[in-house]
Design a protein around this ligand. Structure first.
Ligand code: NAD
Length: 246
């Protein structure tokens, strides 16, 4: 699963799962552009990658903005003379039962989680097409597969991302660009730190492997899909959830 000579963009790389993916891909040889709306956190990730001896570039990008996403792809291609892997990881939650959910909570989640992936993919795919090699990995969720009360916006965004993944896989297969999704279960990150202990215990009871996931569990799946080891895999959803959904 070596990624030497590959250039990867990870969105939402400032913390949590995105940071873990960025460090993992770098540790397997990739040069990495760490993208986040929070520049200081992207810079920290990039610093840790440089310390590993790989080239890195921190960029402040709001993935909801198409122009920023296109400028990101151009900058990375110019800086590294290549763009091989895109991981659409940036995501947010704005939970609430439907009757109480505000329109702006719906729009914000769809905008970051789904439109963000559209924007970044659109920006990057033309460079991958030129190279006739590309790997796109979208971070979906078990909630996009099963639904979840109180997360209709988030579930819709992640289910949408799975449909997007399969469509891009079909559109770009002839250019040797694969597109797959990873659907994590409950992973311990700042996003899930806000859940109460009661809710965490309820979730835990549903996980056959008996523990919440770590960001590194997700990063290994992304590494696999981004590497030559997954050359014949496209349009798939890899569930990384300790068995909570089968
Ligand atoms: N933690 C989990 O249990 C879990 C489970 C399934 C799926 N996921 C998904 O994994 C991904 C990462 O989740 P996490 O738990 O690491 O979340 P997190 O909140 O810890 O990190 C998300 C990162 O995305 C960045 N971000 C947010 N909006 C952005 C924007 N508009 N443009 C650029 N960057 C932006 C944030 O600044 C942050 O650094 C998300 O897509 C999330 O939906 C998480």
């Amino acid at each position: 699963m070596q990624l030497s000579g590959r250039v990867a963009i990870i969105t939402g790389a400032g913390q949590g799962i995105g940071k873990s993916i960025a460090l993992k891909l770098a540790s397997y040889g990739a040069d990495v552009c760490a993208v986040d709306v929070n520049l200081a956190s992207a810079e920290q990730t990039a610093k840790e990658i440089s310390a590993m001896g790989k080239r890195s570039l921190p960029l402040k990008v709001d993935v909801t903005n198409l122009k920023e996403a296109e400028a990101m792809a151009e900058k990375v291609f110019e800086t590294f003379d290549g763009l091989h892997v895109l991981v659409n990881n940036a995501g947010i939650t704005r939970d609430g039962l439907l009757l109480r959910m505000k329109e702006e909570d719906w729009d914000a989640v769809i905008s970051v989680n789904l439109k963000g992936a559209f924007n970044c993919t659109k920006g990057c795919v033309k460079y991958m097409t030129k190279q006739k090699w590309g790997r796109i990995v979208n971070i979906a969720s078990v909630v996009g597969v099963q639904g979840n009360a109180g997360q209709s916006n988030y579930a819709a965004s992640k289910a949408g991302l799975i449909g997007f993944t399969k469509s891009i896989a079909r559109e770009f297969a002839s250019r040797n660009i694969t597109c797959n999704a990873v659907a994590p279960g409950y992973i311990e990150t700042p996003m899930t730190d806000v859940l109460s202990q009661n809710i965490k215990d309820e979730i835990l009871a549903k996980i056959p492997l008996g523990r919440l996931g770590g960001a590194g569990d997700v990063a290994m799946g992304v590494l696999f899909l981004a590497s030559n080891a997954a050359n014949y895999i496209t349009g798939q959803v890899l569930n990384i959830n300790g068995g909570m959904a089968m």
